[in-house]
Ligand binder design. Structure first.
Ligand code: 3PG
Length: 308
């Protein structure tokens, strides 16, 4: 009987956990639950004998992959898989997957909420501003970006997009204005919403050159990954300009310093909250469980993100 580990330092809603267990029960698989662990050794122990594993932002590091004697598949219940060591998986021919789109609505809604929070001066007394009529700039146009575009248009915003891997006419079909460079996006838009993954190309790519081009009073919204923003550049721009705001679902490494100096312009959620809805937990968790069953029973690799 295959054994599947559900390793979530940040646990899923109970309904999602029950749904995952039901899928594995019906498939004749055993579920092992490791939630809210604080010690990496607990994960190393739990992964030792399992055939499959579901994770969220939990780190499937080279050490974790090395500790797994029988692992055949790891599924990141979510979009970004920068927490999985793919070369380590490749070496052991372990299939890595994500569940694209399953939690994107939750992330998009949080992004809009953070934008409103910024527009209203973090709910401090004083006059804020409205989103209607403002220019929204989407950096990339995947599942989350598309949903943010729809919500922003619903609020009467003018939506710009920079997404070089996508067809211009396809992007325009969503009622967006397509720009041809990140510089154009940053110099044009009042709100920038980041939707790029964290990888070797994108890390620290939101740099001084881009940030310094922002129009007066601009807001950067980050529901993607902290690594894509160059913190030194962000700090430099914050120091030089008192009109820029940064709202993020992933606290800066220098969070304490940012809070101390810029509490009226910097906001970070206490813990990554984008996918923290029961709907997103259920969608992503159940999709991950189904993908594992379909892979182990039928060899379906539709959502595989690594190649070996
Ligand atoms: C994702 O990549 O899907 C999101 O960042 C959500 O991450 P989480 O499951 O750790 O909340």
């Amino acid at each position: 009987m295959p054994t599947i580990l559900l390793a979530t330092e940040k646990p899923f809603a109970a309904a999602a956990v029950n749904g995952i267990k039901k899928i594995f029960d019906e498939a004749g698989f055993e579920t092992v639950l490791l939630e809210k662990y604080t010690d990496k050794n607990d994960l190393l122990k739990a992964v030792a004998d399992v055939d499959g594993m579901i994770i969220r932002s939990d780190k499937a590091s080279a050490e974790v992959i090395a500790a797994a004697q029988n692992l055949k598949i790891v599924v990141r219940a979510g979009a970004g898989y920068d927490n999985i060591d793919l070369p380590a998986c490749n070496e052991k021919k372990i299939v890595a997957m994500n569940t694209p789109g399953q939690n994107s609505n939750a992330v998009a809604e949080l992004g809009m909420g953070m934008m409103i929070y910024a527009a209203r001066n973090f709910f401090n007394p004083g006059t804020g501003s409205e989103l209607a009529g403002k220019k929204m700039g989407l950096f990339a146009f995947g599942n989350v970006g598309r949903k943010v575009a729809k919500l922003a248009k619903g609020l009467g915003m003018i939506v710009y997009v920079y997404a070089p891997t996508k067809e211009k006419t396809w992007l325009e079909g969503f009622g967006t204005i397509v720009v041809s460079s990140p510089e154009e996006l940053f110099s044009t838009c009042n709100y920038i919403s980041l939707h790029i993954p964290a990888n070797e190309k994108t890390k620290k790519s939101i740099n001084y050159d881009l940030l310094s081009k922002l129009p007066k009073g601009a807001v950067i919204v980050n529901t993607a990954r902290k690594e894509i923003v160059c913190e030194d550049s962000l700090k430099r721009v914050f120091e030089e300009r008192s009109d820029i705001k940064y709202v993020t679902d992933i606290a800066c490494d220098s969070h304490a310093e940012m809070m101390e100096k810029y509490a009226s312009r910097y906001f970070a959620t206490p813990k990554k909250m984008g996918a923290e809805t029961s709907e997103a937990n259920i969608n992503a968790g159940l999709a991950a469980a189904k993908q594992i069953v379909d892979f182990l029973k039928n060899g379906n690799t539709q959502f595989q993100v690594n190649k070996f």
